[in-house]
Write a protein that binds this ligand. Sequence first.
Ligand code: NAD
Length: 259
Amino acid sequence: MRGKSALITGSTSGIGLAIARAMARAGARVALNGFGDASAIEEARASIERDFGVEAIYLAADVGKADDVMRMVRAAEEALFGVDVLVNNAGIQFVATVEEFPVDKWDAILATNLSAAFYAIHHALPGMKRRGWGRIVNIASAHGLVASAKKAAYVAAKHGTVGLTKVVGLEAAGSGVTCNAICPGWVLTPLVQRQIDDLAARAGVSNEEAERRLLAEKQPSQQFVTTDQIAELALFLCSDAAAQITGAALPIDGGWTAQ
Ligand code: NAD
């Protein structure tokens, strides 16, 4: 990855931060993005430069807003000499039945988890095609392949992400640019910890018992996928060995979607 630049959305936490660190470890310049406490973000950025000796920048943008994303991609291209790798990772969750689902939550999830990827690809793909090389990795979900109750917006957005991935894979085929989706099962990040906290409170059980029940319901391995395992898969998709993998949706889910 030396000499390459990677823009990873939602990389101030969880899966995105692990992917950014893996890209940097492999030698790429990285652009971080996401919300959070300014000093924690600066520490994440500085630690990448310190640990891996590559340039790391932070670009503030709400990826649910088309103009923000356009500015973010342009800024990454200018500061890092192009965007060779784009990882669309930012995502949010909200859980309620479809009758009770607030419209503003629906809109926010569709914007952050689906439209954001379109906006970023729209702006980053021309440069990749011009340079004859690019890797687009969309972090979808097991919920891009199968559904669960009470997740209408998330499941719709993630299925949409898988569809978008296929179209971009087709349109870019043969250009040196690939586009793939990674579909993780449960990963223990703040996004999932909130669901564990809700389950523990609802059922009146401990955090450990809530984790066990969450896994038992969906993930046959009974183990969380780790952020590092996802980061390694993203890195593999950037390798020459993965040049003919495109338009694919790759589960990494302890058997969830094999059922
Ligand atoms: P997380 O909450 O740890 O991280 C989400 C990141 O997205 C944060 O950096 C946050 O600041 C950023 N973000 C949220 N809204 C944003 C916005 N509007 N603009 C810019 N940044 C924004 O969650 P995570 O679990 O690491 O999730 C990362 C991705 O992985 C998401 O797309 C999520 O749907 C997907 N995913 C997670 C799991 C899981 O079990 N944790 C499973 C499958 C898929």
